[in-house]
Design a protein around this ligand. Structure first.
Ligand SMILES: CC(C)(COP(=O)(O)OP(=O)(O)OC[C@H]1O[C@@H](n2cnc3c(N)ncnc32)[C@H](O)[C@@H]1OP(=O)(O)O)[C@@H](O)C(=O)NCCC(=O)NCCS
Length: 180
């Protein structure tokens, strides 16, 4: 879906090939990749270029995502969806470490969730965190995600399976939150 969204401080837009340098710069950081399942460490420019080469702006909502663009700065992170094995979309995200703890990801994820429920008839969005990722769990809880279980999930950067807290957000919960 070739969509861009605007939040108070950010622009959420489609990734483009010239994002490769900044993606590689920020993802080649174990503090970031060690919290993600599908990002290797070290992470090279070639990894970013290869990933961007697979990007298609015309994919359905459960296979798309956004680059987070901070005006005057450029790309500072990403929010994306991939199709889960039970049919529900799975939300993932990362923010460059220099920009942590300023509310950017809470702002971006809220916009991406809002967009997803408006663009689809899905009744829920799945997500989750590795068990030590309290900042990410806090974002999800604030937005209405609840914990649904645990699993062991491969973390590429760590080269091992890690205990993962599974979460999901129901459309009805999101709708109530919006009118509250
Ligand atoms: C997790 C991540 C996305 C957070 O982004 P961010 O923009 O710093 O998050 P926000 O500032 O919007 O919100 C973080 C919240 O967690 C809280 N928090 C931060 N560190 C915390 C910690 N160690 N324990 C508990 N809460 C914490 C913050 O106070 C804030 O809550 P608040 O809004 O109630 O004050 C970012 O650190 C990141 O990209 N990390 C690496 C990749 C990653 O973890 N991705 C998510 C995988 S599930």
């Amino acid at each position: 879906m070739d969509v861009s969204l605007t939040t108070r401080r950010l622009r959420l837009r489609q990734p483009v090939p010239r994002d490769a340098e900044r993606i590689a710069l920020f993802l080649n950081n174990f503090a970031v990749s060690g919290n993600l399942s599908r990002v290797p460490y070290p992470y090279h420019l070639a990894d970013a270029k290869a990933w961007l080469a697979t990007w298609r702006p015309d994919e359905p909502p459960d296979r798309t995502g956004f680059a987070l663009d901070l005006p005057g700065e450029g790309l500072i992170g990403q929010v994306s969806y991939h199709a889960g094995n039970d049919g529900a979309a799975v939300l993932g995200y990362w923010l460059a470490q220099p920009f942590w703890n300023r509310g950017f990801m809470s702002e971006a994820v809220a916009a991406a969730v809002d967009w997803y429920f408006a663009a689809t008839a899905a009744d829920r969005i799945r997500s989750g965190v590795f068990h030590f990722n309290q900042a990410s769990l806090r974002i999800q809880r604030k937005l209405g995600f609840v914990e649904t279980g645990e699993c062991q999930l491969l973390c590429l950067a760590r080269g091992e399976e890690v205990r993962h807290i599974d979460t999901e957000l129901q459309r009805s919960v999101w709708a109530e939150r919006r009118v509250a």
